[in-house]
Structures are given as structure tokens and as C-alpha cells.
Design a protein around this ligand. Structure first.
Ligand code: NAP
Length: 311
């Protein structure tokens, strides 16, 4: 029986049993084995989330890797694979919607000053605050792929003015498309709320740095649910409280965020523990199982990563 390797960091080993049950609903012709299993090296396919890639790269029979999340930086960024290796990822509408909920939650909390009213309640203060006109708020989405375009569409349906940045120009009615350096600079200078939903690649690493923050309008909100490495964290800190009114962060350079990290105590930063859009085994298992089946029959599944572009 074909072996399929499994490793998902941060979840108990029993998680393999859950995936096994869910995958077998769709395709049964394989045995799921954990990376620690002595027969793991026989596997042709690996299902991975934040695995020890040094170890994975030594498995000579491996021909395909399927990411158990939508990002693949945890697989491809630190390893040079042979030309024969193919990398695929999950693209799950559930995750895109989940991200959309989180971004909307963050933006609505911000513009309605949810935290401010909660603080007033503690002091029994019954007082209105200025309301922002949401039709005048420009929201910039950086990365309008499978996740970003859903977020853009939902924000547009709530009445926001949405701008989106990507590598290629898009033609959607629900956001104004920008691309290249010029388009990026335009969004940085004009948006009131900036939302990073980019993949982490050589081109996007440290893309939000002091040069970029300094060109933003005064008093913006910066939201990052892409990857921690998109942001130069020391630069962000130095702009929080002046240019940046509030930073809402779901991802960090080092995760879990170290206890001594200055973000914890910064009143202009809200911290989330990488939960904005988690993989849902219920909804993801079907496509993972079908991808395994296609690879076993010598075919190419959907959502193949371009290793040159890095996403
Ligand atoms: P995707 O479908 O691959 O979309 C990526 C988008 O980024 C595309 O619009 C792409 O442009 C754009 N892009 C890539 N490189 C660019 C560059 N150099 N310049 C300008 N635009 C560039 O990815 P996705 O599925 O939407 O996921 C995006 C990222 O979200 C993931 O990689 C991951 O880092 C993050 N994520 C986070 C969580 C969480 O819980 N925090 C959960 C899921 C995903 P084109 O459209 O022109 O190709």
C-alpha cells in the first residue's frame, strides 16, 4: 500500500487519526504515516504543516508535498528542492471566508472604537464618540488572491471603498486594482486601513518597512494576516502611536510571540495568535484526498505552486 507522510506542527500526534478518517471518506488507497514512523521514508507524498524541512529534504522517495495550509513559505522558503519535486496547497473557500470574518471584525472594531466603549463601560461613562463615515474610508488589500479577493468583495458589500494590490492587474467590480511599485506606492499613500494578505516570497519579505510606513497617512490602521516576515517589526513599533493609530497583527516573525517581545506592551498593537483563518479538516480533506489520488495516478492536481515565484 502507498505510504503518505503526515506532519502538522502544533497539533497532537492523534491529529493524524482525524485526518486519516476524513481523507479515507474520499480515497482509501494509501496508509497515512507520521514523520516519526520507521517507514516514513517510503512515502512518495507528504502532507505538511511547518515540518522540520531539513529532515523532509532527506527523504529521497518524496515526489510531492501538499501544504496543509494555504501558505507554502513553511515548505519552500528555506529548502532547494530537486526539479522533480512538486508542491501543492489547499485552497479552501472556508478559509477565505474565515479570514474575511476576521478582517471585517478587526475593521469594524477599529472604526466603531469597540475597545473605547468597553473602557467607558467599566467607568460607567455614557458618552458618544465621533463616528467615522465608512464610505470615505479607503481599505487597501495587499494580495488579492484566493483569500484577498474574498475579503475585498465582502468589504465592498459593506460599503467600504476597496483598493487591491497584486502582481497582475485584476478586473473585478468590487475593488480597484493596482499593481507594480507605482500601484503599491499609490495605495500606501492613500489608504486609511492597510491589510496585508500576501504570500511570503523573496519579493514580499520585509515589504512593510520604515520607508513604507513613513509614506502612509497619519493615523492609519495596519492589519497583518499574511506572515510576520512581511513586516520589519522594529520599524512598525517606531511608527505605532504616530503614523499608525492601531496595528492588528495575527502573524509574527517568531511564533509563538516571545514573552519579552515589545509588541505585548504596546497600547497601539492588538495581538492575535495566528488564528485568523485556520485549516478546517472537515472542508479541506476532500481536496487533499483527491490530490493524493491524482498524484498516485500520474496526474497533476490543482493548486500547484510555482517554485520560481514562491507562491
Ligand atoms: P494566493 O491565492 O497565492 O494569492 C496571493 C496574492 O498575492 C495574489 O493576488 C498575488 O498576485 C499577490 N502577490 C504575490 N506576490 C506578489 C508581489 N511580489 N507583488 C504583488 N502582489 C503579489 O494566496 P492566498 O491563498 O490568497 O493566501 C495569501 C497568504 O495569506 C498566504 O500565503 C499566507 O501567507 C496567508 N494566510 C494566512 C493565514 C492566517 O491564519 N494568518 C491563513 C491563510 C493564509 P497575482 O494575483 O497577480 O498572482
Amino acid at each position: 500500500m502507498n505510504k503518505v507522510l503526515f506532519y502538522q506542527k502544533g497539533t497532537p500526534r492523534e491529529q493524524i487519526d482525524l485526518w486519516n478518517v476524513k481523507l479515507k471518506k474520499w480515497y482509501r488507497n494509501f496508509n497515512l504515516v507520521h514523520l516519526d514512523d520507521p517507514t516514513a521514508s517510503e512515502a512518495l507524498i507528504a502532507l505538511l504543516w511547518k515540518a522540520p524541512m531539513e529532515k523532509i529534504s532527506k527523504l529521497n522517495n518524496l515526489k510531492a508535498i501538499i501544504s496543509l495550509g494555504q501558505g507554502v513559505d513553511h515548505i519552500i522558503n528555506d529548502i532547494n528542492f530537486s526539479e522533480n519535486m512538486s508542491v501543492y496547497r489547499i485552497v479552501d473557500p472556508y478559509m477565505a471566508k474565515s479570514m474575511s470574518h476576521w478582517v471585517i471584525l478587526s475593521i469594524l472594531n477599529y472604526i466603531r472604537d469597540y475597545e473605547g466603549y468597553r473602557k467607558q463601560q467599566i467607568k460607567k461613562i455614557y458618552k458618544t464618540k465621533d463616528n467615522l463615515d465608512f464610505t470615505k474610508i479607503k481599505v487597501g488589500i495587499y494580495g488579492t488572491g484566493e483569500i484577498g479577493k474574498v475579503v475585498a468583495k465582502d468589504l465592498n458589500s459593506l460599503g467600504f471603498n476597496v483598493l487591491g494590490w497584486s502582481r497582475s492587474k485584476k478586473k473585478f467590480s468590487f475593488f480597484k486594482s493596482f499593481f507594480n511599485k507605482e500601484g503599491f506606492n499609490h495605495m500606501i499613500a492613500n489608504c486609511d486601513i492597510h491589510v496585508c494578505l500576501l504570500p511570503l516570497t523573496n519579493d514580499t519579505n520585509k515589504i512593510f518597512n520604515k520607508d513604507v510606513f513613513s509614506k502612509m497617512k497619519n493615523g492609519v490602521c495596519f492589519i497583518n494576516a499574511g506572515r510576520g516576515q512581511h513586516v520589519v517589526e522594529n520599524d512598525l513599533i517606531s511608527f505605532c502611536g504616530n503614523k499608525i493609530n492601531l496595528a492588528i497583527l495575527d502573524v509574527f516573525e517568531i511564533e509563538p510571540l516571545p514573552k519579552k517581545h515589545p509588541f505585548w506592551k504596546n497600547k497601539n498593537i492588538i495581538i492575535w495568535p495566528h488564528v485568523s483563518a485556520e485549516t478546517n479538516v472537515e472542508t479541506a480533506a476532500e481536496q487533499v484526498a483527491k490530490a493524493i489520488k491524482l498524484i498516485h495516478s500520474g496526474k497533476i492536481p490543482a493548486n500547484k505552486i510555482d517554485l520560481n515565484l514562491g507562491y
